[in-house]
Design a binder for this molecule. Structure first.
Ligand SMILES: Cc1ncc(COP(=O)(O)O)c(C=O)c1O
Length: 448
């Protein structure tokens, strides 16, 4: 009996590149010279031909424990064999509670409640919705405005692109959420170029929040969301004192402060969360990526106890927050998360990142003077190199650098515009950090 579809049961071209629309990728260029990865172990990817590629970006900022770690693989396999999926609404399973407790224990102060999602974008939307609903249940329903920051990246949901500040992520997608405003970004090359760690200049930019309060009135503002280190825009560490000042201004006006720690969570800046590095307690922390070291999609929001408690009212059989995802706290993700957190603890990987901070800073700064290098920034186990754009095309030099690094030098890094970003797994050795930047030096010469 012929199938209704004309699609053959066994496609003639099993690896045809046509159908897959790659995300955040120039599809036509990729399909001409695909960068394919077949397997991975520890610090390396391997191409289908077996060529090793040093992972200078922890995948997409997520593989903090290193690739295909045996305990995580075993935990996922065991979980798949035991419990595939219980309904996420009205039912649950023990590892969801265990992982929530473990994450809450890593978060500062009374950030004690964990709401699980599957991606950073969902975590951001969840945090924004919780902020709005929190004010609502407390009788302050006029607090509906959300404030993000220029150059911020908060994923690709409508909430995230509305509070986000990356123009290409916003300009094609209509009017976005109403009632959103933005703080200025914190980068100023004249004042900050070639800074290691948090720049001295820029704390005063937090005072712009007072200006927005004066414009809109505090009674209309629900929350401010910022990344403690803006990652996807090209690595902008927070200026010294900036986050502390933001906290003070939010407190003064009853505004919730959300740290988007999708990148900075789980050791990237040398601590479980960047909130700890800066000694600032936000009201909510979004996380994703490193929670499972990229092995199984998972994300979430850690929420202050008082916010959770504000919802715990009304009849006990009634749902308190009308929000959630089919795959919230999926068993495979929870098993992967628990095994990942064990590795972080047992191998001291957050402390290791802290110890390696001056090593990556020295290695990156050694690129000063290489062709087209305009600025280098470092913080935690992160480094970024700004390149001068080719006269005809913003982003082209960095794209060529990424291609050459992968195909010719066995190195992977991220690009954002003409910025190269480095964020290796936290298991990286000092030698491998040296190798990353030696290879990058050769790449910069090749794209001069
Ligand atoms: C700070 C931040 N928030 C949110 C996201 C979105 O995460 P996802 O791609 O998992 O939706 C990212 C992704 O890089 C991010 O860096």
């Amino acid at each position: 009996m012929p199938l209704a579809s004309s699609r053959p049961l066994a496609p003639a071209v099993p690896n045809d590149l046509g159908s897959f629309w790659l995300p955040f990728t120039p599809n036509r260029a990729f399909k001409q010279a695909p960068r394919m990865i077949a397997r991975a172990k520890n610090m390396h990817y391997y191409t289908p031909e077996g060529r090793a590629v040093l992972d200078g970006s922890a995948g997409l900022w997520c593989v903090n424990a290193g690739h295909n770690r045996d305990p995580i693989v075993a935990a996922i396999q065991a979980q798949a064999a035991e419990l595939d999926y219980p309904p996420a609404f009205q039912f649950s399973h023990s590892k969801a509670f265990e992982l929530a407790s473990r994450i809450a224990a890593l978060a500062p102060g009374d950030l004690e409640q964990v709401f699980f999602c599957n991606s950073g974008s969902e975590a951001v939307d969840t945090a924004l919705k919780v902020a709005l609903a929190y004010h609502n249940v407390r009788g302050e329903a006029s607090r509906t405005r959300l404030i993000g920051r220029e150059r911020g990246y908060h994923g690709v949901g409508f909430g995230g692109i509305s509070v986000g500040g990356i123009v290409n992520n916003r300009k094609h997608f209509g009017a976005l959420l109403a009632g959103v405003d933005h703080l200025p970004h914190t980068y100023n090359r004249d004042e900050q170029a070639f800074t290691r760690g948090e720049p001295d200049w820029g704390a005063h930019l937090a005072d712009e929040l007072d200006r927005l309060v004066a414009l809109h009135d505090a009674s209309t503002i629900a929350a401010v969301i910022v990344e403690p280190m803006a990652g996807s825009t090209g690595v902008l560490p927070a200026p010294k004192g900036y986050l502390q000042r933001l906290r003070q201004i939010c407190d003064k006006h009853g505004i919730l402060l959300i740290f988007d720690e999708v990148i900075t969570g789980f050791g990237r800046l040398g601590y479980a969360f960047a909130a700890e590095r800066y000694g600032v307690e936000p009201d909510m922390i979004t996380f994703a990526k490193g929670v499972t070291s990229g092995t199984v999609p998972m994300a979430g929001v850690v929420v202050r106890k008082g916010i959770y408690e504000a919802f715990m009212r009304g009849p006990e059989h009634a749902i308190e927050l009308f929000h959630g995802y089919t795959y919230s706290a999926h068993p495979l993700a929870c098993a992967a998360g628990l095994a990942t957190l064990d590795i972080y603890r047992d191998e001291g990987l957050f402390e290791r990142a802290r110890k390696l901070e001056p090593v990556i800073a020295d290695a990156a700064m050694a690129l000063k003077g290489s062709p087209n290098v305009l600025d280098i920034r470092t913080v935690g186990l992160v480094a970024a190199v700004d390149l001068a754009s080719r006269p005809d095309a913003v982003g082209k030099r960095a794209y060529e650098a990424m291609e050459r690094a992968f195909h010719e030098h066995g190195l992977m890094f991220r690009i954002a515009g003409d910025t190269l970003a480095f964020s290796p797994p936290l298991i990286v050795s000092e030698d491998e950090i040296g190798e990353m930047f030696e290879k990058t030096k050769a790449v910069l010469a090749a794209v001069a």
